[in-house]
Write a protein that binds this ligand. Structure first.
Ligand code: NAP
Length: 330
């Protein structure tokens, strides 16, 4: 299977698939079928989250796939994420257990803190329509306690590995001051126009795998995240030329490039055609010259703001620790 070619060794010792299926905005009524098509076509990793509110349908599909003998539980790598509403240490296990119940699993392969910023518990069902009262923001001492509770999920056997998402270098450094378990993965926005080279180098230095979300530039993202001046990654001229040479699509070049950079990559699709197209990227081999060319198209263009999660007055500079990360020397 082509996707077998792309694996990464986690700091737990486990070898994990580098390629998988994203499920954010995969609607109920479609997401189960998407997971079914994906697994039957060679996907072995599925990225889920409590907040995507579709884990129950994914769970029903997984149950069928196991019953029919299409795959065994141990053949799959299932990730989910702790909602920001459950950062209080006493709430972490509840959120994890709810995900396990919905996915009909005994354990997760990877459980991520979805975001460094916390929300009040009642925000869970309001998300993404948050009021100011829901937002608690980021507090490093609070996060240290959340992480301790994440660590206890490992010792209880509920999860095999734990990690983080949307963490900057600065926030990861702070976490490592008290962490007993080094995060296995940091899942962040990463695509050819936002290559996160410094964060990747930093994560490499700590034994943390960088995982690329929105690898295609999230063309189906909600309207409120789209700015009319945003560059469209899938229309990039340089990638079109490379795609033509390989008889591939631009989407496949995005995925292949990130795999060649040593990242985990989780494109989302609910279309049978594109689910199959995306795994086809695992069969592409890019030349060193092509990789160098693709490295040159980075625009430091971040699509996602997290300000809607943060108390009023927060800035992108604070949210992403832009100056502090820039000043950090690896
Ligand atoms: P993405 O994977 O970059 O793009 C998905 C969009 O592209 C969908 O609208 C999909 O539509 C379309 N698409 C898929 N394959 C395509 C192809 N080959 N050519 C053209 N269009 C294609 O964006 P994403 O969903 O934002 O990110 C991927 C996954 O990362 C998410 O699903 C989620 O699991 C994870 N994520 C995590 C976070 C976090 O905070 N940790 C944030 C964002 C995303 P169809 O479904 O119609 O094919």
């Amino acid at each position: 299977m082509a996707s077998d070619k792309w694996t990464l060794k986690l700091n737990t010792g486990k070898v994990a698939p580098a390629f998988g299926l994203g499920t954010w905005q995969s609607e109920k009524g479609l997401v189960g079928q998407a997971v079914d098509i994906a697994v039957r076509n060679g996907y072995r990793s599925i990225d889920c989250a409590w907040l995507y509110r579709n884990e129950d349908e994914i769970g029903a599909t997984l149950e069928t796939l196991f019953k029919e003998g299409v795959v065994k539980r141990e053949d799959l790598f299932i990730t989910s994420k702790l909602s920001g509403s459950h950062h209080n240490a006493e709430d972490v296990e509840e959120c994890c257990r709810d995900t396990l119940k919905n996915l009909k699993l005994d354990y997760l392969d990877l459980y991520l803190v979805h975001s460094p910023s916390a929300l009040k518990k009642e925000a869970l069902f309001a998300f993404p329509n948050l009021t100011e009262d829901h937002k608690l923001g980021y507090d490093s001492d609070h996060m240290a306690k959340t992480w301790e509770a994440m660590e206890s999920l490992v010792s209880k056997g509920l999860v095999k590995a734990i990690g983080i998402s949307n963490f900057t270098i600065t926030k990861t450094e702070k976490l490592l001051e008290t962490a007993k378990i080094v995060p296995a993965v940091n899942q962040v926005e990463c695509h050819p126009y936002f290559q996160q080279k410094k964060l990747k180098k930093y994560c490499d230095s700590k034994g943390i795998i960088l995982e690329a979300y929105s690898p295609l530039g999230s063309p189906g993202r909600p309207q409120f995240v789209i700015n009319p001046d945003d560059p469209v990654i899938l229309e990039d001229h340089t990638m079109k030329q490379i795609a033509e040479k390989h008889g591939a699509t631009v989407g496949q070049i995005c995925i292949s490039f990130l795999l060649h950079c040593g990242l985990m990559v989780i494109p989302k699709s609910t279309s049978e055609k594109r689910i199959k197209e995306n795994i086809g990227a695992c069969s592409i081999t890019l030349s060193p010259e092509e990789i160098q060319t693709l490295e040159g198209i980075d625009k430091n263009f971040r699509i996602f703001s997290v300000l809607f999660l943060l108390p009023q007055g927060a800035t992108e500079e604070q949210a992403w620790d832009i100056s502090a990360d820039e000043a950090y020397s690896i």
